[in-house]
Design a protein around this ligand. Structure first.
Ligand code: GAL
Length: 638
């Protein structure tokens, strides 16, 4: 599979007379892919049942005639007004009970069955029309599930379906569930919360104080399943009419639904990478870090998602939208340093991307995203990113195809654990994503390439280390598989802390087979009260007290155990370490890894026959005897 480039294009935004020239310029640039259509429902179906395909037929024909391949989006993220008037209760409802109304996008509730039927109809119409079109070479379902906080909805439709979903989780006689089993599993005896009937169960918002965490966690699982079902409904229809691969465009740090489960129904995972926007509003970095990387983005955030979505796509993944310049939606929206668009593109290829598509072809002079750059300015003159894309195109000429390569370290990422942490963070701002990302960064600072692994992974052959931070519920089969593997396993904190119904297990966590180690007390800590370790580094934010185990691998200055071996190849880490602590631990417990300590802001990644170096700083550095310019990329043979 060749490494390819593409772009997102909105023919409906431009006069038809301009399409052919646009298509020719895209082809001249060397692009392969053009994604279109994902917001064009109103143009496809101006009124119910009245379709207008003429413009889309011609747009696809124009792009195809220029040699471009089309990724066709289903338009369900932007239901037109007439759909909303027909289904006035199709909107999502926020946690305060407010309806999230019309006038932007993603204004729907995943649970609304009337809206789902409208989606099935428009997707069927699009798939029937274009399923065999020779220029339609891939599909995208909807657009960015979860964007603008749209997975969780407290609507009546969600409540009714949640009750039925719970009946299925606690099956009883006939069609009704076993309400006593639910009461027992959730511990509803606490505060007299026992229910007599599933229809008494409301959604866990608008309570006086904290609702039962088991209730909230169940609702989070349900909400994720609703996204899986919504996506599957579209996929089934597209597959009936087309053999082209189907993708969805996921996002950075959106964890409200299980991407692995959505991914099971798709052929390709893709994601939308906006490194500068993320640094400002999603990475969670401090002000000094944000200043240092304001025009480059965080050196690990994109890489983490590349590795995550490679796993979600079972090897096949793309960037569907790549930031090309300043965007419109972050707190601050600076210009990337010259060279960064090229760097981001190559970094995706280094992590195994098949395609990188830039968002968008031309900056829009109207509506919500006027302040968002494209490859072209609104006047069609090439913007800065155009030249960087052209440079990547040239460099691709002698680059190898996409290669699959196993990394030495695996990190398990479990969406269910992310929900568990967010239901019960036990301290302000503590998140599972944050913990996993800290471990990931520590690996990268040691120059280690990483594979993100799904919680369903059972085969760990070939990994020197597998890290399982904070996975609140670890299925027994996973414990057994980790135990049976030859790899060094690093657990904790909070790994195995809850049973599947959100109760503390007995024996106490982590309840690891063959080990007597127990977490006897847990505490969260103020961010400004870190605890110093013997040697170097700190634990902060979260620190458990443990008893048992065998050898203590790391202690605080006061002698409290921080990392304890359960056996020769399993280590439990009882605290949230800083980078230094995590790096020291990896080096201490996995001695057969070849580590290379990275300079600040420099990262490397091994991919098949290539070794890539990336310089996220604003000054030149030297790596492996080569000069690496500011915002530069080096691609060397391995
Ligand atoms: C993405 C979205 C695009 C566009 C872009 C702007 O989240 O999929 O449609 O809005 O952001 O950065």
């Amino acid at each position: 599979m060749k490494r390819t480039l593409g772009v997102c294009y909105y023919p409906e935004h431009w006069p038809e007379a301009q399409w052919a020239e646009d298509a020719q310029r895209m082809a001249d640039l060397g692009l392969t892919w053009v994604r279109i259509g994902e917001f064009a429902w109103k143009r496809m179906e101006p009124r119910e049942g009245e379709y207008d395909w003429g413009w889309l037929d011609r747009a696809i024909e124009t792009l195809g005639a220029a040699g471009l391949k089309v990724v066709l989006g289903t338009p369900t993220a932007t239901p037109p007004k007439w759909v909303c008037k027909k289904h006035p209760d199709m909107f999502a409802v926020d946690e305060h009970g407010h309806v999230r109304g019309y006038g932007s996008r993603r204004h729907y509730c995943f649970s609304h069955q009337g809206f789902l039927e409208e989606c099935r109809r428009i997707v069927r119409a699009v798939a029937e029309r274009y399923g065999r079109n020779p220029h339609v070479a891939a599909w995208q379902t909807d657009n960015e599930y979860g964007c603008h906080d749209t997975v969780i909805s407290y609507s009546d439709a969600a409540r009714d379906r949640f009750r039925n979903w719970l009946r299925g989780q606690f099956p009883g006689q006939g069609n009704d569930g076993d309400i006593d089993a639910l009461n027992a599993a959730w511990g509803n005896v606490f505060w007299s919360m026992d229910y007599d009937d599933f229809d008494e169960i409301d959604l866990p918002n608008l309570t006086v104080t904290e609702p039962n965490p088991a209730h909230v966690h169940a609702f989070r699982r349900f909400a994720s399943e609703e996204v899986v079902a919504f996506n599957r409904a579209q996929v089934e229809i597209i597959r009936a009419h087309s053999d082209a691969p189907i993708a969805h465009n996921y996002m950075g740090r959106v964890t409200e639904f299980d991407h692995f489960k959505v991914g099971d129904d798709l052929d390709i995972a893709s994601w939308d990478s906006y490194p500068l926007g993320f640094l400002e509003d999603r990475v969670g970095a401090n002000a000094a870090h944000q200043r240092a990387y304001a025009r480059q983005g965080d050196p690990d955030f994109q890489a983490f998602h590349h590795d995550l979505y490679r796993a979600v796509g079972k090897g096949r993944w793309w960037i569907m939208e790549q930031q090309p310049g300043p965007v419109n939606w972050a707190p601050y929206n600076p210009s990337p340093l010259p060279g960064m668009v090229r760097l981001w593109t190559w970094e995706a290829f280094a992590h195994g991307a098949e395609a990188v598509c830039y968002f968008r072809w031309r900056q829009a002079p109207f509506a919500q995203e006027q302040m968002h750059a494209g490859l072209l300015r609104p006047d069609s003159v090439a913007a800065e990113a155009f030249g960087e894309a052209a440079q990547v195109m040239e460099e691709l000429a002698d680059a190898p195809d996409v290669v699959a390569a196993q990394a030495p370290v695996g990190i398990i990422f479990d969406y269910d654990a992310d929900w568990a942490w967010s239901v019960q963070p036990h301290g302000v701002g503590l998140s599972y994503f944050g913990l996993v990302f800290d471990w990931y960064r520590a690996c990268r600072k040691l120059g280690l390439s990483v594979d993100i692994l799904p919680p369903s992974a059972r085969d760990f052959a070939g990994y020197s280390a597998v890290i399982v931070p904070g996975m609140m519920h670890v299925p027994f089969e996973l414990k057994v598989a980790l135990q049976a593997s030859d790899t060094q396993v690093i657990l904790g904190p909070r790994t195995g802390a809850r049973d599947p119904d959100f109760n503390i297990p007995n024996p106490l966590p982590p309840a690891w087979p063959g080990s007597d180690l127990v977490v006897s007390r847990v505490q969260s800590m103020r961010p400004d009260l870190p605890v110093a370790l013997e040697g170097d580094g700190h634990v902060h934010l979260y620190f458990e007290q443990v008893e048992g185990g065998s050898e203590v691998v790391m202690r605080t200055e006061d002698g409290a155990p921080v990392a304890v071996r359960l056996d020769a190849k399993t280590t439990y880490v009882a605290g949230w370490g800083d980078d230094t602590a995590h790096m020291r631990l990896i080096e201490a417990v996995v001695p057969d890894l070849t580590v290379r300590h990275m300079q600040e802001g420099v990262r490397c990644r091994d991919a098949g026959t290539e070794r890539f170096w990336f310089n996220y700083t604003d000054h030149p550095v030297e790596v492996d005897g080569h000069e690496l310019p500011a915002a530069g990329v080096l691609r060397l043979p391995r």
